[in-house]
Design a protein around this ligand. Structure first.
Ligand code: CP
Length: 311
């Protein structure tokens, strides 16, 4: 396999063995990610971080991961500062950047953009979010966080809450959870923001139990993990539809207490926006900031996998 064939476009590329290998490597990366140990594993290598949509966590944690492994990072943020604003194609852009960098991370508003970039590039491309499509490295860190918080992923019951239609993180997470045994997925969303049929068909094909649950309190009673998402207002044709749907499901302390589940593990890919109240933050199971921090070791482990090195 050539290095360019190591692009990461979809979670469907991973099986259980690959996940166990990446998670074990991520555990080894934790002290390096925290700056307690140093690594020169990627010394001399350059990452091109191409972000054509807003990002805080993904962009900075990919950059931190590459630097913690001894590499360096070049970043482009926003179409307006790229020659794509002059009409250059994504394909030409990544062909050129393949001569400047050893790997590319791409966030782009169009569905399928990461696959197009990977087909044109001669270095590995990692999908940092392709419009409403996938966000595979978020799913890797989500599952890694479940493993660290609960000590297992097998037999987990997880409620996916909020915008399941446009939320790419839940598309990737639901797919990735099919690598584990006896997982149960509860889908909690307004009907207009239901999980796409394509993802449901994948769950059915892989024999994963799922059900739609209308009541957030009921889902909270049933689940081991609540995975809360924001309404993706930027993907709506009519922003007033997003405003109308915001507030349909709000995870706050009163809701969790009414479900008598103050111990539940709560995840969120962040940013939150009215869907997850700050009064939840002090609960022991509020793991979303730990989850965001896990983005560094998991992305370090992915780079170790791509470049076939140890941290
Ligand atoms: N979770 C996530 O993708 O966050 P950013 O949009 O800030 O990268």
């Amino acid at each position: 396999m050539s290095i360019a064939d190591k692009s990461v476009i979809s979670v469907e590329q991973f099986d259980r063995d690959a996940l166990e290998r990446i998670f074990a490597c991520a555990d080894e990366c934790v002290p390096v990610a925290r700056g307690e140990k140093s690594s020169g594993a990627l010394a001399g290598k350059i990452l091109a971080n191409l972000f054509f949509e807003p990002s805080t966590r993904t962009r900075l944690s990919f950059g931190a991961a590459f630097r913690r492994l001894g590499g360096s990072v070049e970043t482009t943020v926003g179409m307006q500062f790229s020659s794509m604003v002059k009409g250059e194609t994504l394909e030409d852009t990544v062909r050129v950047i393949s001569g400047y960098a050893d790997a590319i991370v791409l966030r782009h508003p169009e569905l399928g953009s990461a696959a197009r970039a990977a087909a044109a590039a001669t270095v590995p491309v990692v999908n940092g979010g392709d419009g409403p499509g996938e966000h595979p490295t978020q799913a890797l860190l989500d599952v890694y966080t479940i493993r660290r918080e609960l000590g297992r992923v097998d037999e987990v019951c997880i409620a996916l809450v909020g915008d399941l239609r446009y939320g790419r993180t839940v598309h990737s997470l639901a797919r990735l959870l099919t690598c584990f045994r006896d997982v149960r997925i509860l889908l909690v969303s307004p009907p207009a923001l239901a999980m796409p049929e394509k993802v449901i068909a994948y769950l059915d094909q892989r024999g994963v139990a799922w059900e739609k649950v209308g009541s957030l309190v009921e889902a909270t009673r049933m689940a081991d993990v609540l995975y809360v998402t924001r309404i993706q207002a930027e993907r709506f044709d009519d922003p007033s539809d997003a405003t109308r749907l915001m507030g349909t499901y709000i995870v706050d302390r009163a809701m969790i207490e009414s479900a008598e589940r103050s111990d539940i593990t709560i995840l969120h890919p962040l940013p939150r926006y009215g869907d997850l109240a700050p009064d939840v933050d002090s609960l022991p199971g509020a793991a979303y900031f730990r989850q965001a921090h896990n983005g560094v070791p998991i992305r370090m482990a992915l780079f170790c996998d791509i470049f076939d090195c140890e941290p």
